[in-house]
Design a protein around this ligand. Structure first.
Ligand SMILES: [Zn+2]
Length: 179
């Protein structure tokens, strides 16, 4: 299965690996190998990491902390203290190596370093008062994304996953109403 990287930030993309959180939660990271593939597919992260069971569990704990804090931010309520502790502890760990090349950024490091990098990215987004975080407008999606569009007019996490589905459903409804 291909993963979606539409949230505008790797931390929010990680939180989005549980879909339909309120109705029928579906976790696309079922095993350590899924996390290895997710990291490899994410442009902002190293191409290859190895996930053991313990680090996989830490990744899932970090993911749930990021989701909870992003939701707190969307709902404009104080951050959950337990989730803050997980995020800040993870961010304090070793970080990946960043190198500039003609082809752009090259990032390398093991999975704990990747998690720390993701936690730092979450902190940067959640601490930015100008960052516009939104929940996807398609009922049931629950993905939280960073809206960087002009005037912050984006409604859906992604057109392929949600925008086109909502538009197609609205079209079908209009057609039904017309007949
Ligand atoms: Zn969506």
């Amino acid at each position: 299965m291909d993963f979606a990287f539409v949230s505008g930030d790797p931390a929010l993309d990680l939180a989005g690996t549980v879909r339909s959180r309120r109705e029928e939660p579906f976790d696309v990271l079922a095993a350590p190998a899924d996390l290895e593939r997710w990291v490899a597919q994410c442009d902002a992260l190293p191409d290859r990491v190895t996930a053991d069971v313990a680090t996989f569990e830490s990744a899932l704990a970090l993911r749930e902390a990021i989701y909870r804090l992003a939701l707190d931010r969307v709902l404009k309520r104080p951050f959950d203290p337990g989730s803050l502790a997980i995020l800040n502890d993870t961010a304090a760990g070793p970080v990946p190596t960043l190198e500039l090349h003609d082809a752009g950024l090259r990032i390398s490091g093991d999975l704990p370093a990747v998690l720390s990098h993701i936690a730092r990215s979450a902190i940067a987004v959640l601490a930015d008062p100008d960052a516009c975080l939104k929940e996807c407008g398609r009922g049931g999606c629950t993905r939280i994304y960073l809206d960087r569009s002009r005037g912050a007019r984006r409604t859906w996490c992604g057109m392929d996953e949600c925008g086109n589905r909502v538009k197609a459903a609205a079209y079908r409804a209009r057609k039904r109403a017309a007949t």
